[in-house]
Design a protein around this ligand. Structure first.
Ligand code: FES
Ligand code: FES
Length: 164
């Protein structure tokens, strides 16, 4: 059995017949080749698989494709242009908010959702908001500094925020 689904994935409209058991992470990585969305724990704990669904941070290992039918999915591949990285990505580079980089796409997508959640660009609230994202390299100080700067930049320049 399959169901027809239509999704906006980054700049593309995707239509497929979808098995009801297909996970969003598998669809993104295996069917669409968007391997920037990383698979870590597969049990909704690490956050490496975080994407935006209609502007909200969602762990894609824990969501079925049919559940997000009709939504706009934004992955890390949908952030940079051919000319420049997204400001949040720039902030991660500037503050050394990554070591091995495995958690980084999920951290960046989680950080972008904070713009819509009105998370203050301060260490305490940002650390709390990142509670569902694990960095096994433990580079949290750089990550938190990057997210704070990224939030400040995006709030000062709303046109650079990621549309839902
Ligand atoms: S792979 Fe989804 S939360 Fe870890
Ligand atoms: S930078 Fe290695 S897991 Fe976070």
């Amino acid at each position: 059995m399959s169901f027809p689904i239509t999704l906006q994935v980054n700049a593309s409209t995707v239509q497929r017949d979808m098995a009801p058991s297909r996970l969003l992470i598998d669809f993104l990585r295996d069917d669409l080749g968007l391997t920037g969305t990383h698979q870590g724990c597969d049990t909704s704990q690490c956050g490496a698989c975080t994407v935006l669904v209609d502007g909200k941070a969602v762990k894609s290992c824990n969501v079925l494709v049919v559940q997000v039918n009709g939504s706009h999915i934004r992955t890390v591949e949908g952030l940079a242009t051919s000319q420049a990285l997204h400001p949040m990505q720039e902030a991660f580079g500037k503050h050394h908010g990554l070591q091995c980089g495995y958690c980084t796409p999920g951290m960046v997508m989680r950080a972008l959702a904070m713009v819509n959640e009105d998370v203050p660009a301060e260490e305490g609230p940002v650390r709390h908001a990142l509670g569902g994202n694990i960095c096994r390299c433990t580079g949290y100080q750089g990550i938190v500094s990057a997210v704070c700067e990224g939030l400040q930049t995006l709030r000062a320049n709303p046109s650079q925020s990621v549309p839902a």
